[in-house]
Design a protein around this ligand. Structure first.
Ligand SMILES: [Zn+2]
Ligand SMILES: [Zn+2]
Length: 155
C-alpha cells in the first residue's frame, strides 16, 4: 500500500452501476473502486485518509448500511456530518446533528474563556483541572492509522 503515493486516499469509492444493488465495499469491484487520489498535505496532517471525492460518493450512497457506518466513524469530518444531517434515514441525520452540536459545544467554552475571568473563589488547582478538562475536550482527534479495518469499506 505504502508503495503508492505517500498521501494516497485509502477509501473505497462508490460507483452507481445499473443492476447492482446493496453490494458492500470490497465485495464487488464494479460498485466499489479503490481510490488512490492524493490527499492535500494539511488534511493528511489532520488525519484525513479519505478524499473529498470518495466522501461525496459515500454520503450519497443508496446503501443505508454504508451511510450508517459513515456517521459512526471515528473523526468524521464536519463537512461530511453536515451533509449527513439531511440524510433521508432519521437515525443517521439525528446522529450527525448531535455530533455537530457536541463539537460546537466542545469548542464554545474556549472562546468565552478569555472574556470571563476566573472567579477568585476558584482555587488554582481547580482552575488547572478545568483547563485540563477543556483541553481534553477540544483536542483534535488523533489520526487512526494502522490496523483499522473494522469499518465496512476500509481497504
Ligand atoms: Zn456491484
Ligand atoms: Zn478517494
Amino acid at each position: 500500500m505504502a508503495l503508492f503515493s505517500r498521501r494516497a486516499c485509502t477509501s473505497w469509492r462508490f460507483v452507481v452501476v445499473d443492476g447492482h444493488k446493496d453490494h458492500l465495499p470490497g465485495d464487488c469491484a464494479k460498485c466499489w473502486v479503490a481510490c488512490r487520489n492524493v490527499i492535500p498535505k494539511r488534511a493528511w496532517a489532520d488525519g484525513t485518509r479519505r478524499c473529498a471525492e470518495c466522501a461525496g460518493t459515500l454520503v450519497h450512497c443508496p446503501i443505508l448500511q454504508v451511510r450508517k457506518a459513515l456517521v459512526e466513524e471515528e473523526g468524521v469530518p464536519d463537512d461530511v456530518l453536515a451533509a449527513l444531517v439531511t440524510d433521508s434515514y432519521g437515525p443517521v441525520s439525528m446522529k450527525a446533528r448531535r455530533m455537530l452540536d457536541e463539537r460546537a459545544a466542545a469548542r464554545a467554552p474556549q472562546q468565552e474563556f478569555g472574556a470571563v475571568p476566573l472567579e477568585l473563589t476558584v482555587s488554582p488547582r481547580r482552575a488547572h483541572r478545568q483547563l485540563q478538562a477543556l483541553n481534553t475536550a477540544t483536542t483534535n482527534p488523533q489520526p487512526a492509522l494502522a490496523g483499522q479495518r473494522q469499518s465496512v469499506w476500509d481497504q
